[in-house]
Ligand binder design. Structure first.
Ligand code: ADP
Length: 232
């Protein structure tokens, strides 16, 4: 049984490496095509068709964004798990996003957990999840408000589980979005990739946790991430 588990981990690692190499290789021809589109632009402007070049460049940028997000997600392997203090991580997130929130006139607040909520995991990956959910929350507030957006990060825990709650008073979601938001490539944004939340769910599941959403259209959204405490 032990050997099967080891083989499974090795196969998964090879898959991950192959996917990362492939993603990297796809970026090279895309960059070449983008370069040629830029060169063609002046000729297309002359005949009043520059929008064709712009659409092509925008689409190449979108493909590049998807590959970038994918590469980011597959970077760290399985052996990088350590103890993570969620209070500390959330404080770091606040510092990283404070500036962005200020510029967008969004109030970003934090409620830490009075107990020490320690989980066991890959801190880069958990950070990636929080960055993505927070980025979405700020974007939803920006879209819905002119200056009274609020995003609140809360950490809670009991002896078994820790919870991170990310609440915003942004656009909220339609029934369809609530249904589909974790599906790869589902996006309602003009320049979105729809990859972020599908990767978030995968990461949280790899950590034996769950990510759930509660949202009301035009009122806001609440994401709840649950993870097992380290000692369990
Ligand atoms: P992207 O941000 O590139 O669209 P995501 O997978 O991160 O990809 O999100 C998928 C979709 O989920 C978004 O396009 C948006 O419609 C919806 N969504 C995610 N978070 C929020 C939020 N906090 N408020 C409103 N809608 C959201």
């Amino acid at each position: 049984m032990k050997y099967i588990k080891k083989a499974e981990i090795e196969i998964r690692e090879i898959d991950r490496q192959l996917a990362a190499v492939l993603a990297h290789e796809i970026r090279n021809p895309l960059t070449t095509v983008k370069g040629f589109m830029e060169l063609l632009k002046p000729y297309l402007i002359e005949i009043g068709k520059e929008h064709y070049a712009q659409i092509a460049i925008d689409e190449i940028n979108r493909a590049n964004d998807m590959i970038y997000e994918f590469l980011n997600a597959s970077k760290a392997g399985f052996n990088t798990k350590t103890e993570i203090d969620l209070n500390k991580l959330i404080k770091e997130m606040k510092i990283s996003f404070d500036n962005q929130a200020n510029i967008k006139k969004i109030n970003l607040s934090v409620n830490l957990c009075p107990k020490k909520p320690i989980i066991y995991g890959d801190s880069n990956k958990i950070k990636q999840v929080l960055i993505n959910v927070l980025k979405n929350a700020l974007e939803a507030c920006e879209e819905a408000h002119a200056g009274d957006g609020k995003v609140c990060l809360t950490v809670k825990s009991n002896s078994l589980k820790a919870k991170i709650i990310i609440e915003d008073n942004g656009t909220g979601m339609s029934e369809e979005t609530i249904h589909r938001l974790f599906s790869p490539f589902y996006t309602t944004k003009e320049k979105g990739t729809g990859i972020g939340l599908s990767i978030c769910r995968k990461i949280i599941e790899e950590h034996n946790g769950s990510i759930k959403v509660h949202s009301t259209h035009s009122q806001g959204s609440v994401f709840t991430i649950e993870l097992p405490m380290a000692s369990n």
